[in-house]
Design a protein around this ligand. Sequence first.
Ligand code: HEM
Length: 284
Amino acid sequence: MYPWQDYSGRLSPLKLAVFIALFLPGLWTAIAFGMGWLQPRPFTEAIHQVGLWMLRFLFIALAITPLRHIVQWPRLILVRRMIGVAAFAYGLAHISLFVADLKFDLAKAATEIALRIYLTIGFVALLGLASLAATSTDAMVGRLGARRWQRMHRLIYVIALLAVVHYCMQSKLDLWEPTIIAGIYAWLMGYRLLVKFVGVRGRLPLAWVGALSLAAAALTALGEAAYFWIALGVDPTRVLSANWSLIAGWRPAAIVLGLGLTVTAIGTGRAVGPLIVKRLPRFA
Ligand code: HEM
């Protein structure tokens, strides 16, 4: 079966579109690298680009389960494995660029990974992702059994957390996007936790999805304020109040809230839309 075919062997436009899209950031980075557009530090810039896309793909893969339930698009599951494997492939490119930047001095690369904690954390995350990629084939699911496979693949929650920590630690001062990613992580994990306690047939009722979005945004704002307070001594009330104005641009909490409420609104539209259409008078 080709990556663009569904289980019945037919061409799936969704799978084909996602398959092509997954190559584009890597292709762009390779072209930009080759053309010298990533100067003055092409390797560092390429490591950043590829690392960012790896993290984005990891999070998109994690978002598939909630999204397919909320927006009632079950076929989204068809592209989850592909996106997860792409995240791992970008991870291989990320670490290869790191080694290439050290002129393929493997001893130096190993020492750096052992001594710099953010690299150690990234490396452990990549090893974890390798184990999930290796067991992602249908044959491996069959061999492990669905239950054991599912239990093993819960490792992705820890891997994603390590990836967020690696990202935050290397970002030093500019924590805008890392904070958003951390907020989305809170939303994604919160979703799974809530499904366990208040889920209905494995799904979270929409009112809870809205409440979760508010809670994840509040947590993002508090996390951001706590970081600036602990690391830089900035008064947390000043950071928190920046969330109510646009002078400092869109704050991470606002972005997390916007994303959460957009998903909730689409889910509501999908749930309520058919009911309204049914009640509309029919004109023959
Ligand atoms: C799941 C595993 C990993 C993920 C998701 C990940 C992701 C990222 C992200 C998002 C960035 C920052 C990009 C930016 O700020 O624009 C980054 C930077 C970086 N990562 Fe990773 N990474 C992972 C594993 C690794 C590994 C195994 C290594 C090498 C051993 C590594 C080495 C680096 C380096 C050197 C940087 C740039 C740091 C700097 O410029 O100071 N990463 N990574």
